[in-house]
Design a protein around this ligand. Structure first.
Ligand code: MF3
Ligand code: CO
Length: 248
């Protein structure tokens, strides 16, 4: 069942999203070789506390951190750690902010220092694929239109779209209906309407789309060890159009 949100609820989620966006803008300035994903974790924890917000991922299904920090071949749900980031790495910082009970979810990939041309292209294509998906996320369209726009673009650039993790409705808890795959066919699936709030969060791989899971039960990485990137926004379908609640 898809729980539709009122204008007031969407406004509250937008407040959470603005804090999240501000946090990502700060992270962009912090990331450089020598800084660790643990440093970012500590920064996020403090930033949210200062803004009277809470890290919703901490404690969610036993997850222990405010952020997911996925480095290089890690697709998602990487644990923050003290190893310094180095030139050529990419790190995806994903978090869910709770502000007065309203949630917003956004992930962003960051280049560390000098990265290869291929990595630069991976980041650019993944980000562009998110915005192509968002463009299709409007009342009257269907869920499949979003996945199709993302997949067809990503594959035309020679990369692949992760299947094992998808976007999701968000509201009272992090994961609600609808499911939002980043692959699929146009004119298929649930029709979009006002009041729907969900994430679009394509994970794009340089090589194969398949993933494997680490022994920690959480971290997913590419089956072939090649790099993976991700950009995620929470969006709301409203009568004024589609709003990106986590826009930076
Ligand atoms: N933010 C993630 C998403 O985009 C959810 C992470 S679940 C956690 O779906 F437990 F790892 F926090
Ligand atoms: Co997320």
């Amino acid at each position: 069942m898809i729980v539709l949100k009122s204008e007031r609820e969407i406004k509250s989620m937008h407040e959470a999203g603005k804090i999240l966006a501000a946090c990502h803008r700060e992270i962009a300035n912090l990331i450089r070789p020598g800084v660790s994903s643990w440093d970012i974790e500590v920064f996020v924890d403090e930033f949210l506390r200062k803004h009277d917000a809470k890290p919703e991922q901490k404690g969610y299904k036993g997850y222990e951190y405010a952020t997911c920090a996925s480095i290089n071949d890690e697709i998602c749900h990487g644990f923050p750690r003290k190893t310094p980031l180095k030139d050529g790495d990419i790190v995806t910082i994903d978090m869910v902010v709770n502000y007065n009970g309203a949630l917003a979810d956004s992930a962003w990939s960051y280049a560390v220092g000098e990265v290869t041309r291929q990595t630069e292209k991976l980041l650019a294509v993944t980000k562009e694929s998110l915005y192509r998906g968002i463009e299709q996320a409007k009342a009257g369209n269907r869920i499949g239109d979003i996945g199709y726009a993302i997949q067809s673009y990503v594959e035309s650039e020679g990369f692949s779209v992760v299947r094992d993790f998808i976007g999701h409705g968000i509201g009272a808890s992090i994961h609600e209906k609808p499911d939002v795959p980043h692959y699929g066919l146009p004119n298929r699936g649930t029709r979009l309407k006002e009041g729907m709030v969900f994430t679009i969060e394509p994970m794009v791989n340089v090589g194969v789309y398949q993933s494997k899971r680490d022994n920690n039960g959480w971290t997913a990485r590419t089956a072939d060890g090649k790099y993976s990137a991700q950009y995620e926004h929470t969006i709301a379908i409203t009568k004024e159009g589609t709003i990106i609640l986590t826009d930076q």
